[in-house]
Design a protein around this ligand. Structure first.
Ligand SMILES: [Zn+2]
Length: 321
């Protein structure tokens, strides 16, 4: 291999800048603290605990109500809704020794996880992430994947069972998200043609059957921008239940001298962006946010929203050295 060791090119950087990785803050949807032990899901226990349980109502669009006093998720005392756990309710976990459930229903018509993720408490963010993931799964898993017969929710909503006894469990699709850097002061930002004008982000793609996460990183970056990466480093992960992904974040190093070749139809543009520009972009508010002046409005780019792990990855890199 004739890949140059670009870490040797910049001898002026202090030693700590040559560390192979950097840390990122815990992403907004990865902060759940509820006890979700499988032992909590025994049917007898669930019935015994029902009178002290709380229920979150989520409408068909994934919206929930907020408590006007606390600003957190509005939950209801379980006995005011039903005498026992309804079969379509899902157990999110236990918080302060109270079982917390979610159920589809009205009225909700508030906000969605995408909007609320960055502002909710760790507990509420975790509950709503789990509720969104589980209810999305039930909405599309009505038939047994083995025999095709209709299936019904199992205890606490953590499985579905058909008339032949086949059991199906909530699915999660792993995807990698990759911050490609040059080992010094630049990263690659790219955009898909379907994104809003100006939106740029790091690269991402689903893990294929029989593939490792590291293998996905190398393949996706090569497919999307035609560059071979090395030094693949794990950064963190975030559930992304839209409808059922787990985003696994990595950093990977590429030679900035290699030409970027965006894949036609999938990547509209890809550029190396320097650290000072990234730091200015990080001061921009999220799209649609109107609370303050845009202090970097001379740069015609918008980073992914603060709820995303992509934002945390870019932020972690920018503050690294
Ligand atoms: Zn079946």
């Amino acid at each position: 291999m004739s890949v140059p060791d670009i870490s040797r090119l910049d001898i002026s950087r202090p030693d700590h800048c040559r560390q192979p990785g950097f840390v990122i803050a815990v992403p907004a949807l990865s902060r759940g603290v509820a006890n979700r032990s499988e032992g909590l899901r025994h049917p007898d226990r669930l019935i015994a605990q029902w009178s002290a349980s709380r229920v979150l109502i989520v409408d068909d669009a994934g919206r929930v109500e907020l408590d006007p006093t606390s600003g957190g998720l509005r939950t209801y005392q379980a006995p005011t809704l039903a005498g026992a756990p309804p079969p379509e309710a899902v157990l999110l976990g236990s918080v302060n020794r109270a079982d917390h459930w979610a159920i589809r229903g009205e009225p909700a018509a508030g906000a969605t996880l995408r909007e609320l993720g960055p502002v909710l408490s760790d507990t509420d963010a975790g509950l709503l992430t789990t509720a969104t993931a589980l209810l999305n799964w039930h909405a599309t898993a009505g038939f047994c994947p083995r025999c095709g017969a209709p299936s019904m929710p199992g205890p606490a909503g953590w499985s579905r069972v058909c008339a032949h006894g086949h059991e199906d469990f909530p699915r999660t699709d792993p995807a990698v998200i990759v911050l490609v850097h040059d080992g010094a002061d630049a990263i690659v930002l790219a955009r898909q043609p379907i994104w809003p004008p100006g939106r740029m982000s790091v690269l991402a793609g689903f893990v294929e059957a029989g593939e490792s996460l590291e293998g996905t990183v190398v393949r996706e970056v090569d497919e999307e921008i035609g560059v071979l990466v090395q030094d693949v480093t794990y950064l963190g992960s975030q559930p992304w239940p839209f409808p059922r992904s787990l985003m696994v974040g990595f950093a990977a190093r590429a030679d900035p001298a290699a030409p970027l070749r965006p894949r036609e139809g999938e990547i509209e543009a890809a550029h190396w962006v320097d650290r000072s520009t990234i730091k200015r972009l990080l001061t921009k508010p999220d799209e649609g946010w109107t609370g303050a002046d845009d202090i970097a409005d001379d740069i015609d780019m918008i980073l992914p929203g603060r709820v995303s792990i992509a934002h945390r990855m870019i932020q972690g890199w920018a503050e690294y050295c």
